[in-house]
Design a protein around this ligand. Structure first.
Ligand SMILES: [Zn+2]
Length: 307
């Protein structure tokens, strides 16, 4: 049985790292929150789909609705303002996890500030849903092995911040070659796992006939909006064939084609942020329906089942 782990980073369009030069943190309160409506669209889209996992018998299929479940990494700044949304995510059977408090990059904070951010954002979400929060995703995937240790020390069961695509300037690096792999999970200690974003890995021979390992970004976000859907699905199938699991990420603003535009941003930044927003909800839905015979489960449940 293949597992697909959908992960949603719950932040609004004006909170992304790409726009930090134009939208300082101090101005966030002046913007309309569009994330609530966009997150509800995602929740409704997930609830509208009926999965047909091959592990269920036909009699079980007819007797219960089986819709995809996802893990929502919620920014603390938003959780404080929209606690009803956080409760809604939880009550619809999805996982609530932390995306930190104010989207400061982990590698730009002191260790003390990072610890406070990790602990406070976890506690804030736990108080809202009345249940334990297990997972963390670092803003912009800016992670390293030292930061990973701090995340474990702050009481999380797993981190999902490693994007191994090396050509993005902000993504961090993790060295995990000595750790045990279980499906897509990497065991860091008895009580802590890394769930890296899924990419396609392959080797080529370079001019000196040495094997060179390369990665294609296949985990979602802007790459999902740019790569043709039929090709994207083929890539996901190749990852599932190898690992029996696949980790996907997106943001609520990625289905919001009517969000305000930042005209001052560079052409490259604008392309990365705005390309194909208008098609993305349909693509997301088509993607899930294509894999409807697989299990769409939360990160925490996946780890629990792995044991
Ligand atoms: Zn983010």
């Amino acid at each position: 049985m293949n597992h697909i782990l959908l992960t949603i980073d719950v932040e609004d369009w004006f909170q992304v790292e790409n726009f930090k030069n134009y939208i300082p943190f101090s101005s966030w309160p002046s913007y309309e929150l569009r994330v609530e409506k966009n997150s509800h669209r995602i929740l409704d889209l997930l609830d509208s789909i009926t999965l047909e996992p091959s592990s269920l018998l036909a009699s079980q299929l007819s007797s219960r609705k089986n819709s995809p479940k996802a893990s929502f990494f919620v920014l603390g700044w938003l959780a404080e303002r929209l606690p009803g949304l956080v409760r809604e995510i939880h009550s619809r059977g999805h996982e609530v996890a932390s995306h930190g408090y104010n989207h400061n990059l982990c590698n730009q904070q002191s260790c003390e500030d990072l610890k406070k951010d990790l602990k406070d954002s976890k506690k804030l979400l736990e108080d809202i849903i009345g249940s334990q929060v297990y997972g963390y995703r670092a803003p912009s995937f800016a992670i390293n092995n030292d930061i990973l240790q701090v995340i474990e020390d702050c009481g999380y069961l797993y981190d999902s911040s490693y994007n191994s695509f090396a050509m993005h300037e902000r993504y961090g690096r993790l060295y995990l070659s000595k750790n045990e792999n279980k499906g897509v999970a990497v065991k860091i200690s008895n009580n802590f796992y890394e769930l890296p974003i899924s990419n396609i890995k392959f080797s080529i021979q370079n001019s000196k006939s040495r094997a060179q390992n390369l990665q294609l970004p296949w985990g979602g976000g802007g790459y999902f909006r740019i790569i043709p859907l039929s090709l994207f699905k083929m890539g996901v199938n190749s990852i599932l064939n190898k690992y029996k699991a696949y980790i996907f990420y997106m943001h609520p603003w990625e289905i919001d084609s009517k969000q305000p535009r930042i005209k001052e941003a560079s052409c490259f930044v604008k392309f990365r942020h705005y390309v194909n927003l208008h098609k993305n909800a349909y693509r997301f839905s088509s993607f899930i329906k294509y894999f409807r015979k697989d299990s769409f489960t939360t990160c925490h449940k996946y780890l629990t089942e792995l044991g």
